[in-house]
Design a protein around this ligand. Structure first.
Ligand code: SF4
Ligand code: SF4
Length: 268
């Protein structure tokens, strides 16, 4: 990083702005950060912009147009450290449901003047297009994880991004397991931690917004639920949302969909 304050740029692609709002939600911490970092480009927060290159680039959103694909290459070339934030940027987001549908039909159904819409048939994560240094998962990202990442980068340390499961965080905060206690199909065992297991802490299942953990095996989890006489089919909906295009989630959702009336087959 430069001798002056390092510069931070925040970019948006196809997304709902929720992860950028999480940055703004840092409020008090944001003021402290602004003393250590020059916020050089963040259109949602300020009109003044500084030319790159930038030390840290945060990218929200997925690639859904040719313009996005060209833009992310330009962004990459201007950022020393590139970090993708949120399920859209890291896995294609909810909009990746188009990847297995007729996107032209969607466009016809949604837009009054579809002839003006230019879009790709797929929504893909940033890492499919350019090298990414770090990923922050979630829909939206977790504020504490974002702050820790920025602090680590400023200290010249390797950011601490866990690859273990949400279940570990349940145990750390002494949350009663909703899968065990209530028989609810929870995606926590196959979902990457980082949110402090907030959903089970409020007695509801994890729906996988942080995407697959390292070596996730959702098909085996579905088999586990079936063996305990739980219906694994609700998992299809949980696996087919914000991280639908993550390969581990997609493959299992397809397998469960192809066996709609019965158990998951062939888990290993
Ligand atoms: S509630 Fe879900 S995330 Fe928490 S321990 Fe149980 S299965 Fe894991
Ligand atoms: S518990 Fe699951 S769904 Fe809830 S915020 Fe964490 S990863 Fe997302």
């Amino acid at each position: 990083m430069t001798a002056q304050r390092p510069t931070l740029a925040v970019f948006k692609l196809a997304s709902c702005d929720g992860c950028q709002l999480t940055i703004l939600d840092c409020e008090r911490e944001l003021l402290a950060i602004a003393e250590r970092i020059e916020i050089a480009y963040f259109l949602e927060a300020r009109t003044r912009t500084l030319e790159g290159p930038y030390d840290i680039g945060l990218v929200e959103g997925s690639i859904t147009t040719e313009h996005d694909a060209e833009r992310i290459r330009q962004i990459r070339s201007r950022c020393k450290t590139l970090i993708t934030i949120g399920a859209c940027a890291t896995a294609g987001g909810i909009q990746s449901l188009r990847n297995w549908a007729d996107v032209d039909e969607f466009v016809r159904q949604v837009y009054a003047s579809p002839q003006y819409i230019q879009t790709l048939a797929t929504s893909t994560p940033v890492s499919d297009h350019v090298p990414v240094d770090f990923e922050l998962r979630g829909c939206p990202i977790d504020k504490k994880q974002l702050l820790m990442l920025i602090v680590d980068l400023l200290a010249g340390k390797q950011p601490r991004i866990p690859r273990y499961s949400v279940c570990i965080e349940c145990k750390l905060r002494h949350t009663v397991c909703v899968a065990v206690a209530r028989g609810v199909a929870c995606l926590g065992p196959v979902t990457q931690a980082g949110c402090d297991a907030i959903c089970p802490a409020y007695a509801r299942e994890c729906f996988g917004c942080h995407g697959p953990k390292e070596s996730a095996n959702p098909l085996s989890l579905a088999e586990h639920y079936r063996e305990r006489h739980h219906d694994p089919r609700p998992l299809v909906h949980l696996l087919s949302n914000f991280n639908a295009a993550a390969p581990e989630f997609r493959q299992t959702a397809a397998r469960l969909q192809s066996a709609p009336s019965g158990p998951a087959q062939g888990a290993n």
